[in-house]
Design a protein around this ligand. Structure first.
Ligand code: GRF
Length: 195
């Protein structure tokens, strides 16, 4: 088997997508390993999940730095220390600068809870309901300087059902996110390690 790509999951909160990636990467033939979980919030619940799974964790809080450039330099220093080759944004709530996105072009993925290019930004489930959409879903895409843009790797669709609330719709999408992100990472990692 080819070597496994070293991946960092970047989180800010719950970390359920991160957990799905860690779980999938347990399979011996998965082309990536989650070598690091990095959070910009000390209180991110996902940190404890990662520790329990035996994954290295780092915390880089933006308030400790004078500006975004210094914060991102600190993030990249931690990524380098763990020899990270690809990053997976997984509920990471900091907007990354254009130079950061350029440096990681082709080596950074994000999961977004909508069928991009529909519904970029926040509150996608409420907005899908307000717009009367019949179908909703999630997208894994490469990160580009523009927010929630970049080449799409994979998408999953769910129906919007009568009586849906933002919460019920979010839960239906989340089930798909947890299947989609590992699948998309496997596809990209296999390409990068030449598998
Ligand atoms: C997910 O809905 C993801 O699509 C979005 O932020 C949420 C993160 O949830 N980018 P979790 O922290 O992975 O549980």
């Amino acid at each position: 088997m080819s070597r496994r790509l070293r991946v960092a999951a970047l989180i800010s909160g719950r970390g359920s997508n991160m957990a799905a990636l860690i779980e999938a990467a347990r399979a011996p033939d998965f082309p990536a390993e989650i070598a690091l979980v990095l959070s910009n919030r000390r209180d991110a619940a996902g940190l404890e999940t990662a520790r329990r799974a035996g994954v290295a964790t780092e915390i880089v809080e933006s308030r400790g730095f004078p500006d975004r450039q210094a914060f991102e330099a600190a993030v990249e220093a931690r990524l380098a220390a763990h020899a990270v080759e690809l990053i997976c944004l997984a509920g990471f709530m900091r907007v990354l600068s254009a130079p950061f996105a350029e440096r990681w072009r082709g080596r950074a993925l994000n999961i977004h809870p909508s069928l991009l290019p529909e519904l970029r930004g926040l509150d996608t489930h409420a907005r899908a309901l307000a717009a009367g959409m019949k179908e909703h879903g999630c997208t894994v895409h490469f990160v580009e300087p523009e927010l929630d843009a970049g080449p799409i790797v994979a998408q999953a669709r769910v129906p919007v059902l009568p009586g849906d609330t933002p919460e019920s719709l979010a839960a239906r999408v989340l089930v798909e996110e947890h299947k989609l992100y590992p699948r998309a990472l496997a596809k990209v990692a296999a390409t990068l390690v030449g598998g």
